[in-house]
Design a protein around this ligand. Structure first.
Ligand SMILES: Nc1ccccc1C(=O)C[C@H](N)C(=O)O
Ligand SMILES: [Zn+2]
Ligand SMILES: [Zn+2]
Length: 214
């Protein structure tokens, strides 16, 4: 039988590992052995300790909305389907409306925004580029249901008002953060990034993948 051509895929997830850069003060990633293979024990089993916002993850509405639903309750449709990866300019605390190519974005239900030329895998970046809330409003008007970023948050690290998250809340959009776009060309892909089904969680890790559209 002819060898089936497999569609090209890109893993856009961070590796969850000890030393993973996390939000200042948040829970460090740890993995510990509960059992080890040896005499009388046929298996290795480990225990994970991690923040809900570790690595590539999906915020649940409960992260920014006191009456918001948890990660186990979100509909999966936004996290699975065609998306557009675009690159914002490289300067400024916020990605502004003029930093994005709106004719490419118009009509896209899932929009991924690259702010890093090279993802900071091994250091925490206090100055990641946030999205101006006007960008969220314009994305919602353009039909966007899910926003994905390579930054650690949609809002600046020092934000107390969480303007971008609350604009997302107003339009009931969904969020992916901590994605890694290095080596992935701008363009249209199939996004696969399903949040783990964790009851009560304000966010959940995802194994985020982009697949060539057939
Ligand atoms: N771990 C945290 C602890 C406190 C405040 C924010 C965070 C974040 O990680 C930011 C989050 N990813 C966000 O959705 O904005
Ligand atoms: Zn988050
Ligand atoms: Zn967030």
């Amino acid at each position: 039988m002819a060898k089936q051509n497999m569609a090209k895929t890109w893993d856009i997830s961070q590796t969850l590992r000890p030393g993973l850069p996390v939000w200042p003060g948040d829970t460090a990633f740890a993995i510990d052995e509960t059992w080890a293979i040896g005499p009388g024990c046929p298996v290795k089993v480990s225990r994970l300790t991690l923040s809900t916002h570790s690595g590539a993850h999906a915020d649940a509405p409960s992260h920014y909305d006191k009456s918001g639903i948890d990660a186990a309750s979100v509909d999966l449709a936004p996290y699975l389907g065609p998306c557009r990866l675009v690159t914002a300019g490289w300067t400024g605390e916020h990605v502004m409306i003029d930093d994005l190519d709106w004719p490419l974005i118009e009509g896209e239900q899932r929009v991924l925004i690259r702010t890093y030329q090279a993802f900071p895998h091994d250091v925490w970046d206090d100055n990641f580029r946030a999205l101006h809330m006007d960008v969220i409003e314009r994305l919602a008007k353009a039909g966007c249901r899910l926003i994905g970023v390579d930054a650690a948050s949609l809002d600046p690290q020092t934000s107390k008002t969480m303007d971008a998250h609350h604009a997302v809340q107003r339009h009931d959009m969904r969020i992916l953060e901590g994605l890694v776009f290095d080596g992935v060309p701008d363009g249209r892909y199939e996004l696969i990034a399903l949040p783990l089904k964790i009851a009560g969680a304000d966010a959940a890790p995802v194994r985020a993948v982009l697949r060539e559209l057939s």
